[in-house]
Design a protein around this ligand. Structure first.
Ligand code: SF4
Length: 581
């Protein structure tokens, strides 16, 4: 621990490079990339066993984007570079600070990047942040000057002598890019994409395994970027106008938990006739504390909810029948992404099938399965550390501690690496029983439309109309193609056939004509994608390179031969353990 807050000698004149770790990601390599751990949120841990039906999509490094907007110093952002591109950036520019954001499995890449910075820019200060900051002994594992734990904007502002409490400027960014499903890429247009909205970080529920909660202080702690419903409404209007969106992916661990803020937002949305759709994360009890009318008018269209496991003792689930809740939400058109943990304390070889069966019976639109994983910083990690039940780096390398392959601790009951097979079984069973998530999503949207299409509130009708626009055309075609794909599987063929029948009944003859025409194209795309995946195809995000206004100013100044400040030799903060926070 540092006794004094570190400060960079150049303050806000420092030229900063912010970067994510280098790719490619979806392959096994010496730096810790893993094929099972691609840079795709859904394909990584939600639809990974759904083959051509898997939702493929990338998300930007939002933390770095938030930093770039909120540091009043020249900032360049390199997102998803290759190793060569990152090296070139160091060779071609004279940065005073390089900030790297990473998760723990990326430790090998961060180490390599620090080495490259020392080689090419020996005077540069290296700051490392993100979830990796909670890794014990990080300061001795990598050659960084500072480890930024927790919220990075105020840390960086302090480091540069800026006003820590200055208002947060929200980055203007779509939530995803490079979307692909059934082997068909969808264009990154506003009409297809939600904007990212980050109201807060952290979650005060402090579940024992939750690394995000732990990163921002754990139980009882969180940080608001937008304190009130008024603040949030204002920033949403701004994003709506600039990005031309009507939907927001709300990147807040438990958005509805701050009830006053959510209800004020609802009031303002009503007052101003805003018909937005919100995709949120919420715990079950919190969801239950709202009426369905409130959720629908607030535009809650999609919710990521922890189901964890039957009889798990988490307070957020206490008294909630999660299957009933999921069925109720989905019957109102709200798509649920349920999240189940495999390997809880009471899971054994004998009961694991029942555990998986319980999860699958929720029939959520999407289902995430994750291995119970003690991540540094969490109470679960501390408990295993105390009990001496963590596996060492030689037994389970950090690169494999992502929850999609093996335990990183000795499980009392599940032995011999069987968790890998159980995890795969869970994904397979969910897919086999409930079918492609795309079909489930379409079924749920149709249910919402039928229920609310004549609702007296014009805003609810407007949102629903906008959301189901593609049900009449491309989604109907996708269902037609999926039905054909399953022609040798009577049960799934019938299941998907009922969805198609309901779509036809609802939207009539035009859809009946369009669906098979476009559907044949989709069917052929599924076949092609299936073949490609069998041949080992993987997908990687494209690189992004952006500069904030100050960096652009600096660049144009450099072009007109105006001075770029070098880091003063005498004032350089040396790399010592004391500098590591
Ligand atoms: S409720 Fe969800 S976000 Fe909050 S601490 Fe628990 S797992 Fe984390």
């Amino acid at each position: 621990m540092e006794t004094m807050s570190p400060m960079h000698p150049l303050g806000s004149r420092a030229n900063i490079l912010l970067t994510s770790v280098f790719g490619p990601y979806a392959r096994d390599d010496e730096y810790g990339s893993r094929k099972i751990n691609p840079m795709e949120l859904y394909h990584n841990q939600v639809t990974r066993e759904q083959g051509p039906f898997s939702l493929r999509m990338f998300h930007r490094s939002f933390g770095l984007m938030l930093l770039k907007e909120n540091i009043d110093a020249p900032c360049t952002l390199l997102d998803f570079p290759s190793l060569e591109r990152f090296t070139d950036e160091l060779i071609d520019h004279s940065y005073n600070i390089v900030g790297i954001s990473a998760i723990i499995p990326n430790i090998g890449k961060v180490k390599k990047m620090c080495e490259l910075i020392r080689t090419h820019l020996p005077q540069t200060t290296i700051v490392v942040g993100g979830h990796i900051a909670n890794m014990p002994d990080l300061k001795h594992t990598i050659d960084a000057d500072h480890i930024c734990k927790g919220e990075g904007v105020s840390w960086f502002r302090k480091f540069l002598g800026l006003d820590e409490k200055a208002p947060i400027k929200h980055p203007m960014v779509y939530s995803g890019f490079g979307t692909r499903i059934l082997g068909i890429s969808t264009p990154d247009k506003p009409v297809n994409t939600a904007a990212m909205l980050i109201p807060s970080v952290g979650c005060p529920m402090g579940c024992n395994f939750c690394s995000t909660s732990a990163l921002y202080g754990g139980k009882g702690k969180f940080i608001n970027f937008y304190e009130t419903g008024d603040d949030l409404f204002a920033v949403m209007c701004d994003i709506e106008a600039k990005l031309k969106v009507s939907a927001f992916f709300v990147m807040d661990e438990n958005f509805l938990l701050q009830r006053d803020r959510a209800l004020k937002l609802l009031e303002l949305m009503k007052l101003n006739k805003k018909c937005w759709a919100l995709f949120v994360f919420s715990s079950a009890r919190v969801l239950k504390s709202y009426t369905m009318e409130q959720l629908i008018r607030l535009g809650i269209s999609w919710v990521w909810m922890g189901l964890e496991g039957e009889n798990s003792s988490y307070g957020k689930l206490s008294g909630v029948q999660t299957r009933d809740l999921v069925q109720e939400l989905q019957s109102h058109g709200i798509r649920v992404l349920g999240s189940t943990i495999l390997g809880l304390e009471n899971h054994t070889h004998e009961n694991i099938d029942r555990v998986i069966d319980y999860a699958v019976r929720h029939d959520t639109v999407f289902h995430q399965f994750m291995l119970y994983t003690p991540i540094p910083g969490t109470p679960l990690y501390e408990r295993h550390k105390k009990d001496g039940t963590l596996l060492g780096e030689d037994e389970r390398p950090a690169a494999d501690n992502h929850g999609q392959h093996r335990f990183n601790f000795y499980h009392e009951h599940i032995k011999d690496g069987r968790e890998t097979e159980y995890l795969r079984n869970a994904f397979d069973q969910d897919f086999e029983v409930n079918g492609p998530s795309l079909a489930r999503m379409i079924r749920t949207m149709l249910a919402g439309w039928k229920r609310y299409k004549n609702h007296p509130d014009p805003c609810i009708r407007k949102r629903l109309k906008w959301e189901i626009k593609y049900l009449k055309t491309t989604y109907a075609a996708a269902v037609w193609a999926m039905k054909r794909w399953y022609r040798d599987d009577q049960r799934m063929h019938d299941k998907i056939g009922y969805i198609l029948r309901d779509i036809y009944e609802e939207f009539g003859w035009k859809t009946r004509i369009i669906a098979p025409v476009l559907g044949l194209y989709a069917y052929l795309a599924i076949k092609r994608e299936h073949r490609r995946l069998a041949e080992g195809w993987t997908y990687e995000p494209h690189m992004s390179y952006e500069k904030n206004a100050k960096a652009l100013e600096l660049e144009s100044s450099a072009k007109s031969r105006i001075k770029i400040y070098p880091t003063p030799q005498g004032a350089f903060i040396p790399h010592t353990a004391q500098n590591v926070t």
